[in-house]
Ligand binder design. Sequence first.
Ligand code: SF4
Ligand code: SF4
Length: 70
Amino acid sequence: MKKRLSKKLAKVDRDYCVACGACKDECKFGAITIKQGVFALINGEKCVGCGKCSKICPASVIKMISREVS
Ligand code: SF4
Ligand code: SF4
């Protein structure tokens, strides 16, 4: 059975992410990795759209966006 994806998805503005890792620690779904120590990367397959990372980001660079429905 195909997994149902959430309507919302976290999106990081890589240009302003300071790679502090706070979002990664906050995400209980293991959807965030810090790429090359430079920026946070969200795994869209794992993100459930809870918005916790967005709230905790000290640089306010995570936005919750609507997922494209295909
Ligand atoms: S909490 Fe914000 S600044 Fe820190 S790694 Fe995550 S997206 Fe980047
Ligand atoms: S919105 Fe929730 S599930 Fe998605 S990356 Fe952020 S903390 Fe993880």
